[in-house]
Design a binder for this molecule. Structure first.
Ligand code: FES
Length: 573
């Protein structure tokens, strides 16, 4: 098989000339023939001044390069898109598939025998692994790692569960302007990803579980020296994989590893976004993800990790307590132990070498869980024929069975315009409904599902309400929030025809989300909906048009329909 610099020659109609020309140009960078004859390990560079979660990427690249060279390989760094949650308009999810396409095509276009993808902020690692699964070149992921924790007036704080909690207190008038400014300076005290079990931490844990990164990669804080040593070890391993030609993503992303990832997702209090990204990564490898299996795991597997937003601690504490291998040790009865990993060992081998959890409050045993059931439940009903999710571990127990009057917002803009209006007709027992915020509707499925409690209710001390939408929410958020309703309203899902004043039932134990109207009325309203003009002007050009035309629903991973490997998902759903 063609390797190294000879791979994927630019087409000039003469292969020898193509190679000659490639060498002519690369020698301009000062490389020797000896260096150019080695197996090449590509390294993605997602450093960006707009992305503080990737602020340590230059250091990690240097460490990866050191490892690659120590193992006889030739490192070559190349840039790709970088996405930060707070700097991506209209929403980072809109750009995930673009980053996946960019990464995939750059891996395909440039000569490399293995690739190290360095990512961290929520959408980046999913995009990189979607790309890697499509190319199927030996790949190892190096997460940038979580931030260290912040401190304020003797309290430990972190991005961004505490951002939301303290902002709610500010909205309720319990924290003043000067104080919230001071708090803002403490919530993100270092580079790295959000240090709670948000989407970034969830995805880092999922990739480590699936054997796509080295053990402990998910949890080492971004600024620890150990983070650089893991990067160096990953570079070394990538060079070995470049020489051997494997393992490839297709050997690692399997039904067994996807099952393991779903089990870990339920046990860690993981982000709801995690299931969308896992579906998309698995879809690129041709492995279907069954939401019913995920829900069954949720009934069997308790939350074992005591981290915010479901619990009390932060990633740094999880790492010091033994990290993911120690957690998987507790979860052993539910895991496929023979699943291979990028290190060459099986997950069973990794667990056998794991330390016992050093803090039984942070990593709990099956006998002493944080929550009796898993992180998430999959809901169905006439409002969500293809499913919806609730993060039950971060919801209010008293709202898990609730019937309330719908208060409907037609779009994110409508919600922003009216939610705090003093004359909004809303009461604590109502159900807030947001629609046209799904993959096609917004577009890009923004994290608007965490609808704020209307100001007048927040000031009266209301802390949680049932909120339902076709949007997503941040993994750092909490509350009784039903998300990812599929099909979304903009695709003709029944959420489109809910009217203010209708009654809605949420029954998490029965896994139900129901609009309490009779079937004939439901059909009448759906027929009338089809005759209405679209809720906004559709995109006519560029990436926005591609996105709107091709994005799949939440239960299908929100990938583009033409990028899935055949057989992974029923695109007609
Ligand atoms: Fe980047 Fe939270 S904003 S991980």
């Amino acid at each position: 098989m063609t390797k190294g610099l000879r791979k994927g020659l630019a087409s000039y109609g003469d292969e020898s000339f193509s190679l000659f020309l490639r060498k002519v140009f690369i020698k301009a960078m000062g490389y020797s023939d000896d260096a150019l004859d080695r197996p090449i390990v590509g390294i993605t560079n997602t450093y960006s001044d707009y992305n503080p979660c990737h602020g340590n990427v230059p250091d990690l690249i240097e460490s990866v390069k050191r490892g690659v060279m120590a193992a006889g390989g030739m490192p070559m760094v190349f840039p790709t898109i970088s996405i930060h949650e707070s700097f991506a308009f209209p929403t980072s999810m809109f750009l995930r598939n673009l980053m996946a396409m960019d990464t995939e095509e750059m891996i395909r276009a440039q000569p490399m025998d293995a690739v190290v993808v360095i990512g961290g902020c929520d959408k980046t690692l999913p995009a990189q692994l979607m790309a890697a699964a499509s190319v199927d070149l030996p790949t190892i992921a190096v997460p940038t790692g979580p931030m260290i924790v912040g401190h304020h007036r003797g309290e430990i704080l972190g991005a961004c569960t505490d951002c939301r909690r303290l902002w709610s207190q500010f909205r309720a008038g319990k924290v003043d302007e000067e104080e919230i400014e001071r708090i803002g300076g403490c919530l993100a005290p270092s580079v790295g990803t959000c240090m709670v079990m948000g989407t970034a931490s969830t995805m880092a844990c999922i990739l480590e579980t699936m054997g796509l990164s080295l053990p402990m990669s998910a949890t080492v804080p971004a600024v620890y020296a150990e983070r650089r040593r893991i990067a160096e070890a990953s570079g070394r391993r990538a060079a070995e994989m470049a020489i051997r030609g494997g393992p490839k993503p297709s050997e690692l992303i399997t039904t067994a590893s996807v099952f393991n990832a779903m089990a870990v997702l339920q046990a860690i209090g993981g982000s709801t976004n995690g299931i969308i990204h896992l579906t998309a990564i698995a879809g690129r490898a041709g492995v279907p993800l069954d939401l019913e299996v995920f829900d069954r795991f949720g009934r069997q597997i308790p939350v074992l990790l005591n981290l915010k937003p479901s619990g009390a601690h932060y990633m740094e504490h999880f790492h010091n307590a033994g990290g993911l291998p120690a957690l998987m040790r507790e979860l052993k009865p539910f895991l496929h132990l023979d699943a291979p990993t990028v290190s060459g060992e099986t997950i069973g081998d990794v667990i056998a070498q794991a330390e016992e959890a050093s803090d039984p409050d942070i990593i709990r045993s099956l006998a002493t869980p944080v929550k009796k059931e898993g992180t998430m439940a999959v809901l169905r009903g006439n409002l969500a024929p293809h499913g919806a999710l609730i993060k039950q571990s971060a919801a209010s127990p008293e709202l898990m069975l609730h019937t309330g009057r719908a208060v409907v917002f037609d779009s994110v803009g409508d919600m922003i315009a009216r939610i705090d209006a003093p004359d909004l007709d809303v009461h604590a027992g109502d159900v807030l409904v947001l629609r046209n915020a799904g993959p096609k509707g917004a577009p890009g499925m923004p994290e608007a599902g965490y609808l704020p409690i209307p100001m007048k209710l927040a000031r009266d001390g209301v802390k949680d309400m049932v909120r339902i939408s076709d949007a997503r929410m941040s993994g750092t958020a909490f509350g009784t929030i039903v998300l990812h309703i599929a099909p979304e309203a903009a695709a003709g899902g029944p959420l489109a025809i809910v009217e203010t004043g209708d009654r809605i039932l949420l029954d998490v134990e029965a896994r139900k989300i129901e609009l309490l109207i009779d079937d004939a009325e439901l059909v009448r309203r759906l027929t009338a909906w089809k005759q209405r003009p679209p809720h906004r002007k559709p995109a006519t050009r560029g990436y926005a048009k591609l996105f709107e035309d091709c994005v799949l629903q939440a239960n299908q991973g929100c990938d583009f329909d033409f990028l899935l490997r055949d057989g992974s998902i029923d695109k007609n759903l």
